[in-house]
Ligand binder design. Structure first.
Ligand SMILES: Cc1cc2nc3c(=O)[nH]c(=O)nc-3n(C[C@H](O)[C@H](O)[C@H](O)COP(=O)(O)OP(=O)(O)OC[C@H]3O[C@@H](n4cnc5c(N)ncnc54)[C@H](O)[C@@H]3O)c2cc1C
Length: 479
């Protein structure tokens, strides 16, 4: 709960429309897209960068803990408060203004509360887009803070690769607003401090605006779902497509049969590419090009079919079946997986990242182990195989009852195999957040934790409440 003097002070900074205390109005901010949520003392919604600075300065002066929140689509308990009712949600959803598009520079200046879909709508008439593809609609500030990856990382990379400049409000006594780089592609005149804020989940400061490099929209795209011969064939296929399709290969996503089956059952509008029987594992791949098809030239469809045919004719062919279809229909399956699992839940989710060659080896080891030790969970994984990403999702077979002790054992078991046996990361692209804090404390080397905590101290008098970059002993006091 927030004392009345704090309420009055915060409300005077952001105005009545920017200050929410009524429980029914707080609820949407307190509950996250994919996990429970917590209880906030209030939701504070600044509408300018200057207001963000003033709110942070007030938090520093008073010791009030805050949780930055943008689209609230994060998956690691980083954007919602704990259950104490003492933390405020610092929502950036009012930091929205029309994106400043520079067609000549192929860049855009965008405020933190702008939705990815809004930005892409504004870019579309210029033939441009921000090519980060997730099955959700996050805001730019949250995407920078988590360094969002997504399904087209293979071709375009993550948010880090697109951020040319940042505006960041620091949690310090002075209410500092840092302008980090002028949006230039090349600038070695000073340290690239903006890199420290990308992927730091708000622990160092609040992103209020960004300058992003954007890309020409594809003029043609084609997708297919391939059935690999066996596990080893998945990487064989990836290498073959990289060699044969080159820069046209834009996505290569693995989908387990169990995840696909649940999506098709949940959403009857999806078209089942395998009405006879769903294979145990498939790959959704896409070729795209920002060049138009030359008159009389070969289309991407023809190119894709020719590559698949060549691969299918090889001795010990890596592909045993292929389904072509409208790109949108195939991608609809991919984009409905997460929601289908949530509806079927409870889901114990992992956002693991491996060297590419280890993805299928880990999968086999983990599935075998879980079948014997945790038979009450079904593995329903999918992921960005081409960049080593696996959303290793486990769906409880017994309905919605969860035993937190057992879930904790399960998480430790999977993390231990992934990290100790395969050198994986426990956070490929979703950030840290409360959900990953114990893995961070356990698996990240002490030296890295100490240096990270020291960097955090440089920028923030009070780091955001849901992330802690140092061992507990190095965390700053918040009083
Ligand atoms: C169905 C679904 C599919 C997804 N698929 C992918 C995927 O393929 N790849 C991927 O990378 N992610 C994926 N995500 C996760 C999520 O979309 C990303 O983490 C997202 O980019 C977070 O953005 P957001 O605006 O929702 O941020 P939030 O969820 O609001 O916040 C995320 C984190 O950033 C901090 N934060 C938020 N705004 C700011 C700010 N302005 N300044 C500083 N810190 C801030 C928060 O405190 C929190 O720690 C998926 C999520 C869903 C629900």
């Amino acid at each position: 709960m927030l004392e009345s003097n704090h309420r009055a002070a915060l409300a005077s900074i952001v105005g009545p429309a920017g200050f929410i205390v009524a429980p029914e109005d707080r609820a949407a901010y307190e509950t996250a897209a994919r996990y429970g949520g917590g209880k906030a003392a209030a939701v504070v919604r600044p509408s300018t960068a200057a207001q963000v600075c003033a709110v942070l300065r007030y938090c520093v002066q008073t010791g009030i803990r805050y949780i930055p929140q943008s689209g609230n689509t994060g998956l690691v308990s980083g954007s919602t408060p704990d259950d104490s009712g003492t933390q405020i949600i610092l929502s950036l959803d009012r930091l929205r203004s029309a994106p400043g598009i520079d067609v000549a520079d192929r860049t855009v200046q965008v405020t933190a509360g702008t939705r990815l879909s809004e930005l892409n709508l504004a870019l579309e008439p210029h033939g441009l887009f921000l090519p980060i593809d997730v099955s959700a609609d996050p805001m730019i500030g949250g995407m920078v803070a988590t360094n969002t990856g997504g399904a087209r990382f293979l071709k375009y990379g993550d948010m880090r690769r697109h951020v040319l400049g940042l505006e960041v409000a620091l949690p310090d006594e002075a209410g500092t607003l840092l302008q980090l780089s002028g949006g230039l592609r090349k600038d070695n005149s000073h340290l690239a401090l903006r890199q420290l804020f990308i992927g730091s989940c708000g622990a160092f400061g609040i992103i209020t605006a960004a300058t992003l490099e954007v890309h020409p929209r594809p003029k043609q795209a084609v997708a297919a779902i391939l059935v690999p011969r066996d596990e080893a064939a998945v990487i064989e296929l990836l290498i073959a497509f990289e060699s044969e399709a080159g820069e046209c290969l834009t996505a290569f996503e693995g989908i387990s049969g169990s995840a696909m089956r649940r999506a098709l059952a949940r959403f009857p509008s999806l078209r089942n590419p395998f009405p006879e029987a769903i294979p145990p594992y498939v790959v959704l791949m896409e070729l795209a090009s920002s060049s138009p098809c030359e008159p009389g030239g070969s289309t991407l469809e023809a190119r894709l079919e020719a590559i698949v045919t060549r691969l299918a004719q090889r001795e010990s062919a890596p592909v045993t079946d292929a389904r072509f279809g409208q790109s949108g229909h195939l991608w609809a399956i991919r984009h409905s997986l997460s929601e289908a699992l949530r509806l079927d839940g409870p889901v114990v989710g992992f956002d693991l990242s491996f060297r590419r060659g280890d993805v299928m080896r880990f999968r086999r080891a983990a599935i075998e182990l879980l079948a014997s030790e945790f038979p009450d969970y079904e593995v329903c994984d999918f992921g960005h195989v081409a960049d080593g990403g696996v959303h290793f999702n486990l769906v409880g077979r017994g309905g919605f009852e969860t035993d937190s002790q057992r879930v904790s054992e399960l998480r430790t078991r999977v993390h231990t195999i992934a990290i100790e046996d395969f050198g994986a990361s426990f956070s490929g692209e979703h950030g840290i957040g409360r959900a990953n804090q114990s893995a961070y404390d356990h698996f990240i080397p002490t030296a890295i934790q100490r240096y990270s905590a020291a960097v955090s101290d440089v920028f923030s008098r009070i780091p955001a409440a849901a992330v802690r970059f140092g061992p507990p002993s190095v965390e700053r006091s918040n009083s």
